[in-house]
Design a protein around this ligand. Sequence first.
Ligand SMILES: Cc1cc2nc3c(=O)[nH]c(=O)nc-3n(C[C@H](O)[C@H](O)[C@H](O)COP(=O)(O)OP(=O)(O)OC[C@H]3O[C@@H](n4cnc5c(N)ncnc54)[C@H](O)[C@@H]3O)c2cc1C
Length: 413
Amino acid sequence: MTHTFFNADGIAECDVLIVGGGPAGLSVASALPDDVRTIIVHQDSEIGKPIRTSGGSWLLDMKRLGIPPELYLVLNQSEAYSDDAHVVLPLTENKAVILAITKLYQWLAAQSDQKQRELLLATKFLTAKREADGRYLSQIRNRDGKHRQIRSQFIIDGSGWHFAVLVALGLREKPTRLAVGIEYEFPLGNNRPDRAFIFTGKTVPSGYGWGFPTPEGTFRLGVGVIHPETDASPRALIDHIMATDPEKRFGVDLSGEYIVNGGILPSVAYDPKLVFGNVIRVGDSANFATPTLGEGIRVCIEFGRVLGKDLGKSVKTGRRWPLWHYEWRCRFRMQKDYFLGFVVNRRIAHFTPQNWNKSVSRFGRVDEDVLTEAMRSEFRFSKILRMAYFAVRDGTRHRLRNRRRKKGKGTGV
Ligand SMILES: Cc1cc2nc3c(=O)[nH]c(=O)nc-3n(C[C@H](O)[C@H](O)[C@H](O)COP(=O)(O)OP(=O)(O)OC[C@H]3O[C@@H](n4cnc5c(N)ncnc54)[C@H](O)[C@@H]3O)c2cc1C
């Protein structure tokens, strides 16, 4: 790590300023070439704290991304509940994992320890302006409350749902449709260390809840809802769930003191424009979280690294095509899938408890690959056809059963 020297006018110079030390910003930094001078400003005092995410992901992705196994916990049983249905999800080929968030983010930060990189904690990006030579002069407020400036050739907006840089430069507005989540984190107690569940229905309107063990030996119960689809406060919802015997409903042990985590995530349609001249967005400020489950960490790591490599080429050669490559890679991977995922997102945001009963019963019967791809917002045409087949098949069976039941009643059988 290098030391930033603010000159007598309180200005530091670098090639790349990254705003936000979440998984997206840290992954960009880790993939930039060693000699690209980079400053990361992060408004929290520590990387990975406070926790604002729940950290569910997939084993195959963690292996593919080279994440050390001690940074995640593999789940052997995943279940889903609605008000009247309960199924074990067929997740055996690609198991779900729970990430050790603080340790993972600190590991991501450590990947650029040897580089020309300065990490300024407790430092907030305030605003920026473009100078005559095309560089940007950003205003920051650091730990001691003093205002300083950073001059950079590029600015990366990795500020999550804040869209801090995009808003400051008038490039995009802050999203108004948001997934808002809260979690109560208990000691693990008697909970199985490899079993997780999700739940839907009347206790979580326009959203879903989850319960799972963590690699840190705790157990988290959480809910996330979409605003403004509902104006319910996630805090009020989880308090209500806590008051209605969740131990019995989900077979969990929620004893002991708990701490509270909470976070916000944009829940808006994918917008493929990521590069605005020398201002580039990544992660939640580029809507990278999947529209079906709101899962963004693995996507931020993967495409944050793509941006780091491409941006490195652009800094060194002065050419723009590597940045278009980044935008195209993301568009190729996300545009169609996220469009379809967002259709699902909008539809399930208005699901009734009865819709959920039907869907959850179906989760237990579909093939594993159909279910995982839907959960991951990956919609291959063949899988869409198979999902449609399952929906039609189940609907027909349901109608036939109802017809037989009615006939039986009519004849007095
Ligand atoms: C309740 C909840 C549950 C979730 N569950 C999952 C899950 O199970 N699995 C999964 O993969 N994803 C999950 N996500 C999504 C995941 O957390 C995000 O997709 C991911 O964190 C996005 O990373 P990021 O780096 O883009 O942004 P963030 O993680 O939001 O990091 C951005 C950082 O920038 C900092 N920042 C913001 N503004 C400024 C500024 N002006 N100056 C300096 N710093 C600034 C913020 O403090 C923040 O720490 C969940 C999200 C929420 C809210």
